[in-house]
Design a protein around this ligand. Structure first.
Ligand SMILES: N[C@@H](CCC(=O)N[C@@H](CS)C(=O)NCC(=O)O)C(=O)O
Length: 255
């Protein structure tokens, strides 16, 4: 069996992996794991990742998840997967530059991203969709706090990493840009446009989108951009009880 990617396109890191593989013409079998249907808790998926999370890469017998035993330098599955794909398929250098200092800047950003972006921007999906789907309203004070956290993170992102550059690192798009774009698209799709009033960030978004084909953009983002409509039409599956337990725990952790 060749390369398999276990993904749900509602998830930001999954979309980054999906777009990266497609854009670079990397052949893979898409194994869709629908989180809303609790497929990440199925017996079959537990054999692949006992942590019940996507994305996961399977290449023959080799499985890459966010296991702390990962041999790669960054213990976050999507970036570990992007690094694996970059090296194995020798993608264009700008995605994961071979120059030591530029590559180190990518790692520097990805480390910051894991601590400061990952945990904050995904919360909108919980507030707007996942919590209401199981009958929970996230308190308004938490919603406001999340917006404040997003705003602070974006200020730091612009001042420390982006500046006036077209991309996060160097003059061309890299995996760091893709990881960030997918996180920022999440609240946008759910009604909070983080690019409004941030011309530098909006210009950066324009540079990356110009680089991706419209068809690929639509294929990757269809599910997340349609989710509010599906909410309204009540066509989203209500997660099974075994997933709801995990979801309640996750919702209780929203700061
Ligand atoms: N740390 C991983 C993301 C892992 C993760 O949080 N995955 C979420 C989707 S975005 C998931 O699978 N959640 C299911 C669950 O926790 O039950 C990365 O950045 O690639």
């Amino acid at each position: 069996m060749g390369l398999e990617l276990y993904l749900d396109l509602l998830s930001q890191p999954c979309r980054a992996v999906f777009i990266f593989a497609k854009k670079n013409g990397i052949p893979f079998q898409l194994r869709t794991v629908q989180l809303l249907k609790g497929q990440n808790c199925s017996k079959e998926f537990l054999q692949i990742n006992s942590l019940q999370k996507v994305p996961v890469l399977k290449d023959g017998d080799f499985i890459l998840t966010e296991s702390p035993l990962s041999p790669l330098p960054i213990p976050v599955s999507s970036s570990a997967i992007l690094i694996y794909l970059s090296c194995k398929y020798q993608v264009a250098d700008h995605w994961y530059p071979s120059d030591l200092q530029t590559r180190s800047q990518i790692h520097e950003y990805l480390g910051w991203h894991a601590d400061n972006i990952r945990s904050i921007f995904g919360v909108t999906l919980w507030i707007r969709v996942l919590a209401p789907l199981i009958g929970i309203q996230v308190p308004e004070e938490k919603v406001k706090r999340n917006r404040t956290y997003m705003d602070h993170a974006l200020q730091r992102l612009e001042s420390k990493f982006l500046g006036d550059k077209p991309f996060l690192v160097g003059q061309q798009v890299s995996m760091a840009d893709l990881m960030l774009l997918e996180e920022l698209i999440q609240p946008v799709a759910l009604g909070y446009d983080v690019f409004v009033g941030r011309p530098r960030l909006a210009a950066w978004r324009g540079h990356i989108e110009a680089f991706l084909d419209t068809e690929l953009w639509q294929e990757a983002h269809g599910p997340i951009f349609n989710i509010l409509e599906q909410m309204t039409k009540k066509t989203l599956p209500v997660p099974p009880p075994e997933s709801q337990k995990n979801m309640l725990f996750r919702i209780s952790k929203i700061p």
